[in-house]
Design a binder for this molecule. Structure first.
Ligand code: AMP
Ligand code: MG
Length: 388
């Protein structure tokens, strides 16, 4: 048994950043930017009006000006504005040369081609200078997970295509004679495949491309057949069959297929029987089958591995600290990830911590992390947790 941090370090040795590919901007949200992008022009590229009104050269309350033209968004007024003159202008339009400010239309009365400025003028100036948002050469640095806001900025920077990390291809293999797929009719001794779908969802949210392989039954032939379907996967995840019971075949069969094992057991709860290594060109992670164990290992191990493959920092899942709203007993020798609810009062671990309880995991929004041999903790004490 090795500590969680050692297991993570060994996983990071196996998880290499994948190569970059080019994608169109409209397909890039959620992807990891791999190469920095530089703006090709200033934004705005010209001094622009930020309100509808009149562009004038100096403004005195009560003054009259002659309207000499119009500047609209996309269609500028070709000419200059002098004292006593005004150009009708709209939001986003280029401000004509000579104009020092835009007087908002609410502060103006118009009669034919003459406007009269009001007595109580809004100070303005309602002009956004060229480059007000960013200048040509402005950089978006990599690596970075692209948000919707980033995509908007990149579009404004005129970056129609981006270099992003290829999505890690992940093959998910459920193992067990008792398992059927949701939608199938389970026999009396059967249960539904559950955590595999949870991991599939987690992988998609992380930016990977997961694929569900057929369920492997608890015999060597079935498991090696399904493992043989992994094709060009970057990562193969097996679920279940990872401990040492009579029917726990993953270690044996993967070993026969050439798995170079990096470790087998981790000092954590839930999730002790965790295994990893290199299998052909792929990395392999064997997760425990208990539904909550598999999901917790997903958060603690699989998510950091996927981030590393995407070219992000090889780092543990980020932890936060919050005070306890209920006391905790002393912990045993394994790092314990306790399903908990966090609200304004603090963190409260659920009464039932059995690793089969998906209903409890579903109600949790945090995993309290209890280090090995941590002493009992009282209300108000700060403890670390992983947000869910
Ligand atoms: P195992 O690690 O194969 O001994 O499985 C431990 C427990 O998790 C057993 O109760 C299995 O029935 C259950 N289990 C294994 N794989 C899955 C899965 N993919 N979905 C739901 N439960 C599972
Ligand atoms: Mg099993």
């Amino acid at each position: 048994m090795i500590p969680v941090s050692d297991a993570l370090d060994r996983l990071f040795v196996l998880a290499h950043p994948l190569e970059a590919e080019t994608v169109p901007l409209a397909q890039a949200a959620g992807r990891v930017l791999r190469e920095a992008v530089e703006a090709r022009r200033d934004q705005p590229p010209f001094p622009a009006a930020s309100m509808d009104g009149y562009a004038v050269s100096g403004a005195v309350a009560g003054q009259s000006c002659t309207v000499i033209g119009e500047s609209a968004a996309g269609r500028r007024f070709d000419g200059a504005v002098g004292p006593g003159q005004a150009v009708r202008i709209f939001t986003g339009a280029p401000v004509p040369e000579g104009a020092t400010r835009v007087v908002i239309q609410e502060d103006v009365t118009r009669d034919g081609d003459t406007i009269t400025l009001g007595q109580d003028l809004d100070p303005g100036p309602y002009i956004r200078p060229a480059g007000y948002d960013f200048r040509a050469g402005h950089r978006m640095d990599a690596p970075r997970i692209l948000s919707a806001n980033d995509i908007a900025l990149l579009a404004a920077m005129n970056a129609p295509q981006l270099r992003v990390t290829r999505q890690p291809r992940v093959a998910l293999i459920s193992t067990g004679d008792e398992l059927v797929m949701p939608g199938d009719t389970p026999g009396p001794d059967q249960i539904l495949v559950s955590n595999t779908f949870g991991l599939h969802a987690m992988l998609r949210a992380l930016g990977a491309a997961p694929r569900l392989l057929p369920i492997a039954r608890d015999n060597a032939a079935s498991l090696s057949t399904v493992l043989g379907l992994m094709d060009d996967a970057d990562l193969v995840i097996t679920i279940g069959g990872a401990s040492v019971g009579d029917h726990d075949l993953v270690a044996t069969v993967a070993g026969q297929m050439g798995l170079e094992r990096a470790f087998h057991k981790v000092a954590m709860r839930p999730g002790k029987p965790l295994m990893s290594g290199r299998l052909g060109n792929a990395m392999m992670i064997g997760l425990p089958g208990n539904p909550v164990s598999a999901m917790v290992c997903g958060h603690v191990f699989v998510a950091p591995v996927i981030r590393a493959m995407l070219g992000l920092d090889a780092a543990p899942a980020p932890r936060r600290t919050a005070p306890l709203a209920a006391p905790l007993p002393a912990n045993g020798p394994r790092e314990h990830y306790m399903r908990a609810a966090l609200d304004a009062d603090g963190l409260r671990a659920f009464e039932r911590q059995d690793s089969s309880l998906l209903s409890v995991l579903g109600a949790a929004n945090a995993l309290i992390v209890r280090p090995p041999h941590a002493p009992a903790c009282g209300i108000g004490e700060g403890v670390e947790y992983l947000p869910l």
